[in-house]
Design a protein around this ligand. Structure first.
Ligand code: SAM
Length: 262
């Protein structure tokens, strides 16, 4: 008999994965190894949680919905050691949670919060070994897009500056209950070694990228007029008449570093 009685909550983005083929593909993408510190965001009714727990023996899950906590704990009996953090994931300090061991994050994310969760994760990138996340396909397309693509934007630059981003596979609405309106996709993000990234001031880097894409139709000269001069843009080796959507991630990093150094 199922432990889970409460109906799915739309406000918490609850679309539960029910297709075992896709559940297996996610577990294979995570491929946990002994000693890994697995943390799941939004376990829901445990679609990914229990297969991972069976394979790995222990897992920490962060779930905001109080109605799911007791059923998850009950259902985990005899399966493995499940620790639940009953909190909004955005209030969880991944640095503290990690301690000595970097985290491997996994989650079929609540789609209404997917961008805030991604930004929260990159703020703690030093505490994370990798992430396997399911999100709306449209968001995964933006995360992995390169310069020149219509969907290349702030999310692409911010994530790719800090992580290697790979889109893995698409998941159709029929794999969930209730089905979402759109396709989903699974992506892997692997944080880069901070020393190799070379961003001198992360806050300033974020400001430059936000300003550049805030007015993506404008040239950088105009879009960044409040942030830096044309001479600084040129000093970074970037054309002031380029638009943000044409500028590569490494060029944004160089540009932000010139602004910081001035
Ligand atoms: N992992 C389950 C699955 O694949 O079937 C559930 C995925 S469902 C798309 C998203 C889950 O995230 C839900 O269980 C929801 O309650 C939880 N959630 C929503 N907002 C949250 C938040 N701010 N912090 C932590 N969990 C949250």
């Amino acid at each position: 008999m199922s432990h889970f009685k409460a109906p799915p909550k739309k406000s918490l983005g609850q679309h539960f994965l029910t297709d075992h083929g896709y559940i297996d593909k996610i577990v294979m993408a995570v491929n946990p190894k002994p000693g890994d510190r697995l943390v799941e965001i939004g376990p829901g009714q445990g679609a990914i949680t229990f297969p991972l727990l069976r394979k790995h023996g222990e897992l920490t899950a962060i779930e905001f919905d109080r109605d799911l906590i007791t059923p998850l704990m009950e259902a985990s009996e005899g399966v493995g050691r499940l620790t639940i953090i009953h909190k909004d994931v955005l209030s969880v300090d991944f640095g503290k949670l990690a301690g000595e061991d970097k985290l491997r994050l996994v989650g079929n994310l609540p789609y209404n919060l997917s961008s805030p969760i991604l930004f929260h994760a990159i703020e703690h990138a030093g505490a994370i070994r990798d992430m396997v996340f399911m999100l709306q396909k449209e968001v995964v397309d933006r995360m992995a897009a390169g310069p020149g693509s219509k969907v290349y934007g702030r999310l692409s630059v911010m994530l790719q500056a800090y992580c290697q981003v790979d889109a893995l596979f698409v998941v159709p609405p029929g794999a969930f209950r209730p089905p979402p309106k759109v396709d989903s996709a699974v992506a892997r993000l692997v944080p880069r070694d901070p020393a190799s990234i070379g961003i001198h001031d992360p806050r300033r880097f974020g400001d430059v990228v936000r300003a550049a894409f805030g007015q993506r139709r404008k040239t950088l000269r105009n879009a960044l007029s409040e942030v830096c001069s044309s001479e600084q843009i040129e000093a970074a080796g970037v054309r002031p008449d380029a638009r943000a959507e044409q500028v590569a991630v490494v060029d944004f990093i160089r540009l932000a570093n010139v602004v910081v150094g001035s």
